[in-house]
Design a protein around this ligand. Structure first.
Ligand SMILES: [Zn+2]
Length: 50
């Protein structure tokens, strides 16, 4: 199995509050929660160009 995803330890989802459910998708630069499916940019400054 080759997975590009990296689980993020000791991080809590800000939406559902689940601990250690977040994983990083380095290809898209996104962090996704396995519990609620919430996605967020791993590097928020990229999405705040304005
Ligand atoms: Zn969540």
């Amino acid at each position: 199995m080759s997975s590009l995803a990296h689980f993020l330890d000791n991080l809590r989802c800000s939406i559902c509050g689940t601990l250690n459910a977040l994983w990083l998708d380095p290809v898209r630069g996104l962090v996704e929660c396995q519990e609620c499916g919430q996605r967020a940019l791993a590097f928020p400054e990229i999405g705040e160009s304005e």
